[in-house]
Design a protein around this ligand. Structure first.
Ligand code: ADP
Length: 467
């Protein structure tokens, strides 16, 4: 799918690029066509001059041999240059010289502006443009954007530098007065400042929609992969859970079956105290199974948010004491120690006694389960801002950083947990998290592999006061 997506993106990009290129070619053709027409018009005008000169029988003298008529008049763009020149020619008794070198001077700036506008319009080119007439002889522009640049003193700077620079680089140029094999005396140049944005804007809708659609596909792709990975993880966890659960039930079932067989044994039947012992075993194993079932059901209920906290004032120091006493027997059996440091002076909180007590039991259970060698457990209660902290520390196997991030997830078990033959469903800590969250508290853990773990649970004095 990644390869296909990449391929589609590249193809899209290729077609868009091709589209822009085609539009550019089309645009160039239109502009050059228009420029050639303008060129034709300008050359026609020049011929008209020549005819005029001949009919007037003027001699071919220099164009600017005029002394009594102010030259600037020729250069006044607001007047029709063509007529001005005619007038001037008559007055000065000189003639227009259509030698190639001076042919450019026959170009009338207003006419040029008009021709250009009309021809570009006719070809459907609607962009703004700069234009100019470049003279090869003086290597500068005699006309830019409809204004004459010619000075009497040719050595002066004539054209506007900015426009000239743009026109120098333009690809839209046609040589002027180069027909009938004559050498070109100059060129007409047009520059479109907004050409690039115009070309891009012509494909903009297609570009935007393809980016959006590709983005959408990409998003769905990432989302799908994510869902698949999560599902895979969940399914693995569930398999683990089922394996664990069957394992957990197998032992009591086997024990019960054994005890029942024993009761049926004629030798045992005759001894009531033996029967009583086996019945006790059956009862105990049954209770163990019930406990397991209860644990699973509890989590299922928590999952559906189908639980209600019975919030009453409770004293955490008391609850810790009770939990410790309940655990002490098991700890002693394993040859370990458990100590409590109840440093909190104000250990009163509002919470659900049952659930809070379960939280402590779960944490103490884990501390025992995961301390196979050195069983030393300490419980502390500490006053903190707005609440009480309970810290349960063990010196057990600890956990690495990656596991720490995930142990509060449902069904999550550290893989070495299985290796150590420690049984569990991976539900204990997720229960702890759900319950502390429901009390608007917090649970955190610090641990180092091989050194032990320390779980810190914070309960606020009053959940309602917490944001
Ligand atoms: P369970 O104990 O049933 O596997 P939990 O949710 O209680 O499930 O714990 C999740 C995992 O966190 C355990 O599998 C265990 O690897 C790890 N763990 C929990 N408490 C401790 C602890 N005190 N020391 C080391 N590892 C722990």
């Amino acid at each position: 799918m990644s390869v296909a997506l990449m391929g589609i993106s590249i193809i899209q990009f290729y077609w868009l690029k091709k589209n822009i290129d085609l539009n550019a070619i089309n645009f160039n053709d239109k502009v050059l066509l228009a420029l050639n027409r303008v060129k034709q018009n300008l050359e026609d005008d020049a011929n008209e001059f020549e005819n005029f000169r001949k009919t007037q029988n003027r001699s071919e003298t220099s164009l600017f041999k005029v002394d009594n008529d102010p030259l600037e008049k020729i250069l006044t763009p607001s007047l029709d240059d063509y007529r001005l020149k005619q007038y001037q020619a008559q007055v000065a008794n000189t003639a227009w010289l259509i030698k190639p070198e001076i042919a450019l001077n026959t170009i009338s700036a207003p006419d040029l502006s008009r021709y250009l506008r009309l021809e570009l319009q006719k070809n459907g080119v609607k962009l703004d443009y700069d234009f100019g007439v470049f003279s090869n002889e003086i290597e500068d522009y005699t006309i830019t954007n409809g204004n004459y640049n010619v000075n009497i003193d040719i050595s002066n700077n004539m054209s506007d530098g900015g426009t000239a620079q743009k026109l120098n680089t333009t690809m839209y140029q046609v040589n002027l007065f180069d027909s009938e094999g004559r050498k070109a005396v100059g060129s007409l140049r047009v520059f479109f400042p907004k050409k690039t944005s115009f070309l891009i804007s012509s494909v903009l809708p297609a570009l935007i929609s393809s980016i959006l659609l590709t983005g959408l596909i990409l998003f769905c792709f990432v989302y799908t992969i994510n869902v698949i990975l999560t599902q895979k993880k969940v399914s693995l966890m569930k398999t683990d859970f089922i394996n664990n659960m069957t394992h957990e039930f197998k032992t009591p079932i086997a024990t019960i079956s054994l005890a029942a067989d024993s009761i049926n044994n004629p030798m045992v039947k005759s001894k009531p105290e033996m029967i009583e012992r086996y019945a006790d075993i059956i009862k105990q194993e049954n209770k163990r199974m019930l406990n397991q079932v209860e644990k699973v059901l509890q989590i299922a209920r928590l999952d559906k948010k189908d639980f209600e906290l019975k919030i009453v004032p409770i004293n955490l120091n008391d609850i810790v004491n009770v939990a410790m006493e309940n655990t002490r027997l098991r700890v002693n059996k394993h040859g370990g120690t458990i100590k409590a440091y109840l440093k909190a002076n104000n250990a009163k909180i509002k919470g659900d006694e049952n659930h809070v007590s379960n939280v402590l039991h779960n944490l103490l259970d884990n501390a025992i389960k995961y301390s196979p060698d050195k069983l030393e457990i300490t419980i502390q209660t500490i006053d903190v801002k707005k609440g009480v902290q309970i810290i349960i520390t063990d010196q057990g196997i600890g956990m690495n950083k990656d596991d720490l991030k995930r142990i509060f997830e449902k069904f999550y078990r550290v893989s070495t947990g299985n290796l150590h033959d420690v049984k569990g469903f991976g539900l204990g800590l997720s229960y702890v998290k759900v319950i502390t969250d429901a009390h608007r508290g917090r649970v955190s853990v610090e641990s180092e592999p091989g050194k032990g773990s320390s779980f810190t649970v914070f309960f606020p004095h009053d959940p309602k006061e917490m944001k």
